[in-house]
Design a protein around this ligand. Structure first.
Ligand SMILES: Cc1cc2nc3c(=O)[nH]c(=O)nc-3n(C[C@H](O)[C@H](O)[C@H](O)COP(=O)(O)OP(=O)(O)OC[C@H]3O[C@@H](n4cnc5c(N)ncnc54)[C@H](O)[C@@H]3O)c2cc1C
Length: 308
């Protein structure tokens, strides 16, 4: 219920204005978003590198409604790729197709993505296309498959909560596409998505067992110790070595677990979002964990710093 309410509120422009204009809430958001510019994101990536982890930089933004905004977003991604190269940090980029103008047309969006993946290819880097709400699943997969036919520098995300995901995984594997497996962060009807945690978890494990032995380098993006344990156990049973896949987690969430995995010799990549448009991302993080909301509410007017 609370999750559904928070995900619905993530669409409210009034709440967005209120939350993003308050100093206290902006400080709270720093737990999940290191800054509004590229520089703090690069610094956060450098800190992750020092701790033995790679990073993926995401310039926050979604559902742009003008071509100019989409082109600006595209330029920010090529600039991020250039800066990653210049600064020598180990990081790739993650982006959302609605930030690159998917709502303005598939062809236009595919062309924006092509410009970004070409730059990534020139630099020997990689572009991960995030997965958004189900209204975009087909269009995202279509554009990613088309992009993958042109270059290996692109991969995407599969959400374990969708019933369709096993079929999508098999199709993407056929195209040699790198996949980041997640549970799924949007509000979806039970007609198309599992709602009970135990069903989502079971599907995550099922899909993980298809991905890891596939011979392609995939990512398991979760903070759930049970999912991580299941993957570690399965990989050991199948003699899949630690360099054949990576775990991914979000900036500011379960840093203890991130460090522990690095110590155990696993590859870990931290997803680092930056930018001014942090409101929907922030709301999705609150929706994932009611304790975050409680902490947020308690500290709203106190300006305290968040827990680790
Ligand atoms: C690198 C990365 C990229 C992602 N990309 C996408 C994407 O493209 N599309 C998409 O739909 N979703 C994406 N997600 C979000 C994902 O779908 C889940 O919503 C999110 O990861 C929470 O699920 P979980 O697997 O961590 O497990 P959960 O079952 O939600 O949580 C397990 C445990 O993790 C911890 N935890 C989880 N979330 C939080 C939080 N917000 N704050 C504090 N602790 C928390 C808690 O200890 C919790 O008990 C991404 C997640 C990661 C890590």
């Amino acid at each position: 219920m609370l999750r559904a309410l928070l995900l619905e509120l993530a669409k409210s422009s009034r709440l967005r204005r209120w939350i993003t204009s308050h100093g206290a809430t902006r400080r709270m958001a720093r737990r999940f978003v290191p800054g509004e510019d590229l520089a703090p994101a690069i610094e956060a990536a450098r800190a992750c590198n020092k701790a033995g982890m790679a990073a993926s930089l995401d310039h926050l933004g979604e559902n742009v409604i003008t071509r100019e905004d989409a082109e600006r977003a595209r330029a920010s991604y090529t600039a991020a790729l250039d800066r990653i190269e210049a600064e020598g940090v180990e990081a790739n980029i993650s982006l959302k197709l609605t930030h690159l103008g998917l709502d303005l047309g598939g062809e236009f969006c595919a062309e924006q993505l092509r410009i970004v993946t070409r730059r990534a290819e020139e630099l020997g880097n990689f572009v991960r296309v995030d997965m958004e709400g189900s209204a975009y699943t087909d269009r995202t997969l279509r554009i990613v498959k088309q992009a993958r036919a042109e270059t290996v520098t692109v991969g995407t995300v599969i959400q374990a909560y969708l019933y369709r995901s096993e079929e999508d995984v098999r199709e993407l594997l056929g195209a040699g596409c790198r996949i980041r497996l997640v549970k799924g962060a949007y509000k979806e009807p039970s007609r198309i998505a599992f709602h009970r945690k135990k069903d989502v978890d079971a599907n995550f494990v099922k899909l993980m067992k298809i991905l890891l032995p596939s011979g392609t380098y995939h990512a398991l993006a979760t903070h759930d110790p049970k999912m991580i344990e299941a993957a570690i156990r399965f990989a050991a049973e199948q003699n899949i070595t630690k360099d054949k896949f990576e775990f991914q987690m979000l900036y500011g969430i379960r840093t203890d677990l991130q460090t522990r995995l690095v110590r155990q010799g696993y590859r870990v990549r931290v997803y680092i979002p930056f930018g001014q448009d942090w409101f929907p991302y922030f709301m999705r993080r609150l929706a994932e964990r009611p304790a975050n909301l409680l902490f947020f509410a308690k500290n709203l007017f106190r300006g305290a710093s968040p827990p680790a």
